[in-house]
Design a protein around this ligand. Sequence first.
Ligand SMILES: Nc1ncnc2c1ncn2[C@@H]1O[C@H](COP(=O)(O)OP(=O)(O)OP(=O)(O)O)[C@@H](O)[C@H]1O
Ligand SMILES: [Mg+2]
Length: 274
Amino acid sequence: MLDAGETDEKLLEVNNIEVIYNHVILVLKGVSLSVPKGGITALLGGNGAGKTTTLKSISNLLRSERGEVTKGSITYHGERIQDLAPSDLVKRGVIQVMEGRHCFEHLTVEENLLTGAYTRSAGRGDIDADLDLVYSYFPRLKERRRSQAGYTSGGEQQMVAIGRALMSRPETILLDEPSMGLAPQLVEEIFNIVKSLNDNEGATFLLAEQNTNVALRFAHYGYILESGRVVMDGPAKELRENPDVKEFYLGMSDEGRKSFRDVRSYRRRKRWLS
Ligand SMILES: Nc1ncnc2c1ncn2[C@@H]1O[C@H](COP(=O)(O)OP(=O)(O)OP(=O)(O)O)[C@@H](O)[C@H]1O
Ligand SMILES: [Mg+2]
């Protein structure tokens, strides 16, 4: 048997897509990537590289931002998915967890989770079983199930966002910057949960991350985007060892640790200070 992340079945294929915002701003300039079933694939790159745009192209959330895929194709299980409504895509098993955690602040944690089941015609029994599954991965959410989501911590809100996506019983989760604004320990906790969802439930992940270090420790394969193009891709282990990746993205080189300010002009968010 193959380990998770090593299946050959190509689930999601992005072929040479170009994305334009507002009819004029060319943002993706021919991005191709392949997400195997049962794997964790990382999409890496600095601010404005095009990670979120790539995820939204897949989940068909670009239209609401006046963005459009003008070239190339996107297929899921070999079928073109570009013209599907986001909710139809959810029914096919693809869901996006948006950057910045988007919870319904005035609803409780549990009510937020329940909104994730809306595309399904499941009965209450199934839905309760799924809630229990989410709580088994996120015990903290169970403790806080009756709290108003707006008063929970950033880490808990990220858990709510992922938990809500799980309620649609997805096959593939597009996860945008799960580490954003979270302390290192929580980032670790969230990534460990992603890994166990991948190991135990067989969930496939495509995750966008600026935090190259943590993403490459948990992912099987990575793509590095710069200015709307894939500049490098490979198995996560190889990328971690690659001298350019070390220098430019992991902030290390043979001369020792480098600060990100010394590395090109990336202005990274102060992600540990929230
Ligand atoms: N709705 C929009 N209209 C016009 N330009 C946009 C829009 N959304 C994003 N862009 C531009 O597209 C480029 C890519 O943005 P995107 O959000 O995909 O990058 P990202 O890699 O997710 O960055 P970050 O790490 O900061 O989230 C940026 O130059 C951004 O300014
Ligand atoms: Mg982004």
